[in-house]
Write a protein that binds this ligand. Sequence first.
Ligand SMILES: Cc1cc2nc3c(=O)[nH]c(=O)nc-3n(C[C@H](O)[C@H](O)[C@H](O)COP(=O)(O)O)c2cc1C
Length: 327
Amino acid sequence: MANLKTRYMGLEIDSPLVAGSSGLTRDAAGVARLEGAGIGAVVLKSIFEEQVTHEVDGMAGPGTGVDAHPEAAEYIRAYGTAHAEENYLERITESVAAVRIPVIASIHCVQAGKWVDFARKAQQAGASGIELNVFVPPFDASVDGRQIEQLYIDIADSVRRVVTVPVSMKIGYHFTGMANFLKALSGHVDALVLFNRFFRMTIDTETMKLVPSVPYSEKHEHEISLRWVSGLFGVLGCDIAASTGINSADVAVKMILAGASAVQVSSVLYQGGVDSVGTINKGIAEWMDRHGFSSIEDFRGSVSRNYSTNQSQFDRVQFMKFSVGHE
Ligand SMILES: Cc1cc2nc3c(=O)[nH]c(=O)nc-3n(C[C@H](O)[C@H](O)[C@H](O)COP(=O)(O)O)c2cc1C
């Protein structure tokens, strides 16, 4: 039987499947359930930097729109606003005591600031790594791309200065010159998680108000991540975890073929239950057996863009195949 053991951000994991940060990784019970199902590692529910700096009060309450934001609303309900920091550290300690898999703490942040010392406390509480969930929305037309990119690098550096455990960063794909920037950023972290699925909104045409869209991803959404995992494998100086739309063994295998060291799952755990972990692990192992691979490293990155000898032609040929097939 194929061996699913692998390494992600320097951590030994028994399966490349990592539970992405969500309400399902909020406490020790949830983390233990995921371990029982066969997950390789978990990323705990995020703490918001505003919770650490006690600047969250204005974020909650009627009219603030927090309920439209699943990450924020869940977070505030889970930890409250008063003792968020202590509560979160307790959740780390309890989770670490309950399982043997790596437990990665998650901090949702938009700038380097006085919250950074919290990363050191998270390490002291037993976290095996820190995932930084960073989203600086590029909406401000007066701020240029380089200023925004520098924020990501400053955040990574400031956290790495206070911890010795590995640090990853989960990001979106709203950057210009993305390969160039992510290559630079990869020198400041142990892994990049490509990509977060930020909360989406739509307009209710009856009330004429902005309303939250579906919080869960669909399978086809994996294709944006797949393109970039494939394009950045061998280019980045850090590990890659694929994220968004990974809801089956088939998609997980694609991400590993493209070059991912780990695949993060969240929506599938909500929609298919925690037992989906076992189904996906089994599917990956059966695929490996069928193709004669005994370890993840035997095939990781073998269908990446970097593996192709003539990369610009690779892009062009993929496009030509598509357009010729659709005349
Ligand atoms: C209900 C819910 C809560 C989430 N909360 C967080 C969070 O606190 N921090 C975070 O980094 N990501 C959070 N996410 C995003 C997921 O970790 C993941 O990046 C995203 O859902 C894409 O993966 P998926 O397609 O497997 O769901 C949340 C997602 C869902 C559905």
